[in-house]
Ligand binder design. Structure first.
Ligand SMILES: [Zn+2]
Length: 209
């Protein structure tokens, strides 16, 4: 079983309201690294340090309740020029939660995160949910991904996680990582290697615009 995988293009085309990847900038190719589930003390800081060392930027899809608990860490993410996104307040499952409850939770997170980007936990959304979030008062762009690092899976070896991302990443990709305790052994090992690879290719790591 391969944990690191690329989203099938056919799936991306079926659901155009979702953002799966970014346009390729011919003059300055870039990739878009994203980190879900933080802020997480002990994990988010070293990620920020690694990004700063390479002059790289990324996007952090934060859980509202965690932002409320770790406001300084959230502030640091923003101060260092990274983008932030709403990842619900309680990390809800969009397929198991009644829509009004889900929307109320997103609103609660929005009070903390104040973003125009949204990523559904577990990638679980519906066309109806996506549409409601796109409308006022939310006006949120749902951002999915084109490449999943698999860093959340404890069965995946950190070396394999890094190698698979390095092998597959290409300009325009939106790549998912996690700043969480569970992902820490893999994401903290893989990130320096991925950033070095990007530097060697001459590709930028940018925050969502
Ligand atoms: Zn998540």
């Amino acid at each position: 079983m391969r944990y690191v995988h690329r989203m099938p293009t056919v799936l991306m085309r079926l659901w155009p309201g979702l953002r799966w990847q970014m346009p390729v900038r011919e003059e300055a190719p870039a990739v878009y690294l994203t980190f879900d589930d933080g802020p997480c003390p002990g994990v988010t800081e070293p990620i920020l340090d690694l990004l700063a060392r390479e002059g790289a930027h990324a996007s952090f899809f934060c859980v509202g309740a965690r932002v409320a608990t770790h406001p300084q860490l959230f502030r640091r993410i923003r101060e260092e020029g990274h983008a932030v996104g709403n990842h619900t307040h309680r990390h809800l499952d969009g397929w198991q939660t009644p829509l009004p409850d889900y929307l109320a939770d997103v609103r609660e997170a929005q009070a903390q995160v104040e973003s125009r980007y949204f990523r559904p936990p577990y990638g679980r959304t519906t066309p109806r949910l996506c549409r409601r979030l796109a409308e006022p008062p939310f006006s949120l762009q749902t951002v999915m991904w084109s490449l999943l690092s698999g860093d959340f899976d404890p069965r995946l070896d950190p070396l394999q996680c890094a190698a698979a991302v390095v092998r597959q990443i290409r300009p325009g990709d939106i790549v998912v990582f996690h700043d969480s305790q569970k992902a820490a052994p893999r994401v903290l090992y893989a990130l320096p290697q991925i950033l070095a690879h990007l530097r060697a290719q001459g590709w930028l790591a940018l925050a969502l615009p």
